[in-house]
Design a binder for this molecule. Structure first.
Ligand SMILES: [Zn+2]
Ligand SMILES: [Zn+2]
Length: 234
């Protein structure tokens, strides 16, 4: 079946994400926008994924556990996981690889954890948008160790896209799936033979995408979505 999705979204836990991007608001907006599947991919943490999954059960939106990891080369790499447990373990390990630099909310924004129906669940203190100490290869290995798959984010956008960060997109068989930003040029070699994801990277509710990108899945569940992506990854 055709499943409309947005697989790159930030919540209020990402400092650059709006405080209004609570898990319940975010999933509610995805539902209104006609999406059956989303992934929550905060910067270097997965601590708001549990609440997004809870909201998803209520709204009938499948939530694939995810995270956007910043490598030491400043490349943004999405990790997708088969289970919440895998995602939480990977998220905590990535968080530990961030430098011990505190977030200044007045400069960078709040880092809000939400729990039990969007109630305040505390904050994360280390600045989440810093680069981790992990190289691109180490990010891949970490995600793999937690049974996940890696997808370079917005490869054709800015210095945090892999092309900008590394100067060149690594060649296949590395990264058989890539996320490509719509409306920006992307060199043909970087996507040749690769499966492309198109997501919003929304940091504000109004930027969550509508039914513009879909996957062909057996069913609209996070398990089916992960199985599909994993089958491409090999
Ligand atoms: Zn990014
Ligand atoms: Zn992002």
């Amino acid at each position: 079946m055709e499943v409309f999705c947005d697989l790159h979204l930030h919540s209020c836990l990402s400092p650059c994400g709006d405080d209004e991007m609570t898990p319940w608001n975010l999933v509610g907006m995805a539902c209104v926008n006609g999406l059956s599947l989303i992934a929550l991919t905060d910067h270097n943490t997965t601590r708001n994924v549990p609440e997004a999954i809870e909201a998803g059960k209520e709204y009938g939106v499948a939530v694939l556990p995810g995270m956007e990891i910043t490598s030491k080369e400043e490349a943004h790499i999405l990790g997708y996981f088969p289970t919440l447990e895998d995602a939480l373990a990977a998220g905590d390990e990535v968080y530990d690889c961030l430098p011990a630099i505190e977030n200044d909310p007045s400069l960078f924004g709040n880092q809000l954890i939400k729990t039990t129906g969007d109630q305040d669940g505390g904050i994360l203190s280390k600045l989440l948008i810093n680069a981790t100490s992990l190289s691109v290869d180490e990010v891949e290995a970490l995600v793999k160790r937690h049974n996940g798959i890696t997808v370079p984010a917005h490869i054709n956008r800015g210095h945090n896209g892999m092309i900008g960060a590394l100067g060149l997109m690594p060649f296949l068989p590395q990264f058989p799936i890539v996320e490509v930003s719509a409306g920006l040029d992307c060199p043909a070699y970087a996507t040749k033979g690769r499966f492309q994801l198109h997501s919003s990277d929304a940091h504000r509710l109004e930027d969550v995408q509508g039914p513009v990108f879909s996957l062909q899945l057996e069913e609209a569940t996070p398990e089916a979505a992960f199985r599909f992506l994993k089958s491409i990854y090999g």
